[in-house]
Ligand binder design. Structure first.
Ligand SMILES: CC(C)(COP(=O)(O)OP(=O)(O)OC[C@H]1O[C@@H](n2cnc3c(N)ncnc32)[C@H](O)[C@@H]1OP(=O)(O)O)[C@@H](O)C(=O)NCCC(=O)NCCS
Length: 225
């Protein structure tokens, strides 16, 4: 464990991108207010553009997770598994049982993977994972997984920014495509992915079984080349 802790996240500065938004403006529902802080390409204005925010204004930051985020990551995954069971493969119990070593293995930033977190101040409120395939004949492919935003912060553009960050990371890595799967009943997430250019290339029937109910998943891909 000591070794793991000292080795963990040693590469965390390989890719860290921070965006800041006026989260209060977003939470006031003001998709208009949020939009007003974006430039014409839909990206947040530079930090100095938020200078008129009060000192107490919480800002949204997106960055890769590090060893200090293990507890918050576990808690958010437990929340996610309970909140949207068809979107998260794990059960809340499985997530709650995950050890620090498990979590480090899943989120540590390397040239093969990263876990992006959205923070309201110090509080983790959204996540999206990216992982590239390691086998030689699959190395052109990568995967986005574990996308979740705390329900209190939805419709503020947080998931879009998390996914865009993961796609940028994928492009930097040199992979040629990003894949993901999404429950056919999850129209919110599907709409998001379609709007980012993902297309459906297949469907896995009965991808999940929760109790006695089966859930199909659409397989989506974004070609980067
Ligand atoms: C899906 C989810 C990640 C979206 O997070 P979010 O931060 O609210 O999403 P954003 O605000 O960035 O919205 C991005 C786009 O997604 C779509 N979208 C998000 N919520 C939506 C909703 N309630 N109804 C319709 N479309 C929605 C829209 O296209 C939206 O773009 P727009 O606001 O410009 O119209 C969030 O609802 C969530 O965590 N759901 C539970 C977990 C989950 O489904 N994860 C995905 C697993 S594949």
């Amino acid at each position: 464990m000591a070794d793991l802790e000292s080795d963990a996240f040693v590469n965390r500065m390989l890719f860290t991108k921070t965006w800041e938004l006026d989260l209060n403006a977003a939470r006031r529902a003001s998709r208009v207010s949020l939009a007003a802080r974006l430039n014409s390409n839909g990206y947040p204005l530079p930090m100095n553009a938020t200078a008129n925010a009060t000192a107490n204004t919480p800002l949204l930051t997106i960055r890769t997770l590090n060893e200090n985020d293990i507890g918050a990551f576990r808690a958010l995954r437990v929340h996610a598994a309970a909140d949207t069971p068809f979107a998260i493969v794990s059960t809340p119990e499985e997530e709650a049982r995950s050890t620090a070593e498990d979590i480090i293995a899943r989120v540590r930033e390397t040239d093969q993977q990263a876990m992006f977190g959205a923070f309201n101040g110090e509080t983790l409120i959204g996540i999206a994972g990216w992982r590239r395939e390691q086998r030689v004949k699959w190395a052109h492919k990568s995967l986005i997984w574990g996308v979740f935003v705390d329900p209190a912060y939805r419709r503020a553009g947080i998931a879009r920014r998390l996914i865009e960050t993961a796609i940028e990371r994928a492009k930097e890595s040199g992979v040629e495509q990003v894949q993901l799967s999404v429950c056919t009943q999850n129209s919110r997430a599907q709409t998001l992915y379609l709007s980012l250019g993902f297309v459906i290339y297949g469907r896995e029937m009965r991808a999940l079984k929760i109790g006695d109910e089966y859930f199909d998943e659409d397989l989506m891909v974004l070609m980067l080349d």
